[in-house]
Design a protein around this ligand. Structure first.
Ligand code: TYD
Length: 137
């Protein structure tokens, strides 16, 4: 499911002053960006996500701190540790995601291929499994 290529190394442009990473639509972001948001100040022991998207594609970068992302395609569940501002996780559509173990300093930056649309969300795991099975029928 989650191929190695879905966790991509971002090219760091570094010099004696420090580091810089450039994100460009169609280059290292594999879709047109309609929205960006970031999650920060997550309280201790809080988990987030617990949904899939029917169409939306996203790219998540932990620009500070760390968190764990669970990605589930309906058959296999994989945990990805996001603990580097030089790695980007591409999350395709129809993948259940959960986010756990946010460090207090975690800032999770997300780029999204669509505007916010609640009707694109599948917030029930049972419904997600039904739609995965229907899609494969
Ligand atoms: P949600 O996607 O459910 O958060 P998470 O997956 O991190 O648990 O979003 C939380 C709330 O924020 C929900 O009421 C929808 C709102 N929201 C927006 O209004 N715009 C956005 O771009 C996002 C991602 C969420």
């Amino acid at each position: 499911m989650l191929g190695a290529k879905e966790l991509v190394d971002l090219r760091v442009i570094g010099d004696e002053r420090g580091s810089l990473i450039a994100l460009e639509q169609g280059q290292n972001i594999p879709f047109d960006i309609k929205r960006a948001y970031y999650i920060f100040g997550t309280q201790p022991d809080v988990s987030r996500g617990f949904h899939a998207h029917r169409r939306l594609e996203q790219m998540a970068i932990c620009v500070s701190g760390s968190c764990k992302m669970i990605i589930d395609d309906g058959e296999t569940r994989e945990t990805v540790l996001l603990d580097s501002s030089t790695k980007a996780l591409i999350i395709r559509n129809m993948l259940w995601r959960e986010m756990h173990e946010f460090s207090p300093d975690c800032v999770l930056l997300v780029f999204a291929s669509e505007h916010f649309n609640e009707s694109d969300y599948i917030r029930s795991y049972d419904q997600f499994i039904r739609e995965v099975k229907n899609g494969k029928a």
